[in-house]
Design a binder for this molecule. Structure first.
Ligand SMILES: NC(=O)c1ccc[n+]([C@@H]2O[C@H](COP(=O)([O-])OP(=O)(O)OC[C@H]3O[C@@H](n4cnc5c(N)ncnc54)[C@H](OP(=O)(O)O)[C@@H]3O)[C@@H](O)[C@H]2O)c1
Length: 336
């Protein structure tokens, strides 16, 4: 059994689908289990999560498994259980702030995909999961970190300091570990959909700084390789696309595919802070995002590696490939 945390998010939902398609068994964790089916349906070309069976682990016992019907979870409301595919998917309610839920999530698990969210950046969530996994005798852990983690920038700034402490906990946790440090996700540009549809410029926090923008599907595929084979233990991978590309260059690719001009507007310092705060980020998350943006703007994230092609045995996807596959998500039809 492999536990996938962050299973409703960009990377986790992709990891979940891949593991399910390999036959599982896989357990998906969310604070809101009902979101899991919906997220899997929404985020990929692969069809809806799960025609195998889904069983739901709530605070009580497993009470149902079913195809094409909501499954009751005692004490937890309902989990959508419409499923198709090869393997078995269990759904568990889990919250990094709730140690009891983590103990339940890791029970009987051999490997964990650990993804924590920078809503309020803290190593606390990773530490809690590592501790629960160690106590439960989990053998393997694959943590999603980020490129640049621990790099010093400016007078007193450290890129991804919360991931740095979490990485150290994963390395010291007594489990066989793999660390994944992806570059900027191609999918971040989905946040531009509103501006593109409105014909207004998209925000650019990184100026002319180029980044090895990576397809989230490649990140998920590497995660699955690390979760399911022995060849990646003790390795830290830096996952990038095949070329470094700036935000204006990403906008050009999208403009070409969507058949409409897409401008960019530079947002730095106070303007960037205001934009991120208005988007609902907490002050610590805003600070972390501003450090990462300034680092990339200074040209410090122009890194391109061959980790993705070496691990997957095929080229990493370009930003154009990702954008072409997701062009309908921008809500405009080419030439429209
Ligand atoms: N975006 C980038 O360019 C980039 C680049 C490099 C690295 N990263 C790293 O990628 C990670 C984010 O990945 P993503 O974009 O796939 O995430 P995402 O789409 O933002 O999803 C976040 C996930 O975290 C879960 N979550 C949030 N708070 C939780 C809590 N308290 N307990 C349990 N689960 C919780 C959410 O699940 P529920 O809401 O269902 O509970 C959701 O599945 C971060 O660690 C970030 O540093 C991002």
């Amino acid at each position: 059994m492999i536990l996938v945390t962050g299973a409703t998010g960009t990377i986790g939902s992709s990891v979940l689908r891949l593991l399910r398609d390999q036959g599982g068994p896989v357990r998906a964790m969310s604070r809101t289990p009902a979101k899991i089916t919906a997220a899997a349906q929404a985020s990929g070309s692969v069809s809806a999560l799960g025609s195998g069976s889904v069983s739901a682990l709530g605070s009580g016992s497993v009470s149902a498994s079913a195809a094409a019907a909501p499954t009751e979870v005692e004490g937890e409301g309902e989990v959508e259980g419409e499923v198709e595919g090869e393997g078995e998917v269990e759904v568990v309610r889990g919250d990094f702030d709730d140690p009891v839920s983590l103990r339940r999530a890791v029970a009987g698990v051999e490997a964990v995909f650990l993804l924590t969210a920078p809503v309020s950046p803290t190593p606390r969530h990773d530490l809690a999961l590592v501790e629960a996994a160690r106590a439960a005798g989990v053998a393997r852990i694959v943590k999603l970190s980020a490129i640049g983690t621990g790099e010093r920038f400016g007078a007193d700034q450290v890129v991804g300091d919360w991931h740095l402490e979490a990485e150290q906990a994963v390395r010291a946790g007594g489990l066989a570990w793999t660390l994944l440090r992806p570059s900027s996700f191609a999918s971040n540009t989905l946040g531009w959909a509103g501006a593109i549809a409105a014909g207004t410029p998209v925000p650019n926090l990184t100026g002319a700084g180029r980044q090895g923008v990576v397809d989230p599907r490649d990140v998920a595929e590497v995660a699955v390789a690390a979760l399911t084979s022995d060849g990646h233990v003790g390795r830290t991978y830096t996952l990038t696309g095949p070329a470094a590309i700036s935000v204006p260059e990403q906008a050009e690719v999208l403009a070409d595919l969507l058949g409409r001009p897409i401008g960019t507007i530079d947002l730095i310092e106070e303007a960037a802070r205001q934009r991120l705060t208005a988007a609902g980020l907490e002050p610590t998350a805003v600070r972390a995002a501003l450090i990462g943006s300034a680092w990339a703007r200074a040209g410090r994230n122009e890194t391109v590696t061959d980790d993705v092609p070496r691990i997957l045995g095929r080229p990493a996807a370009t930003f154009r490939t990702w954008a072409r596959d997701h062009r309908t998500a921008f809500g405009v039809v080419a030439g429209g």
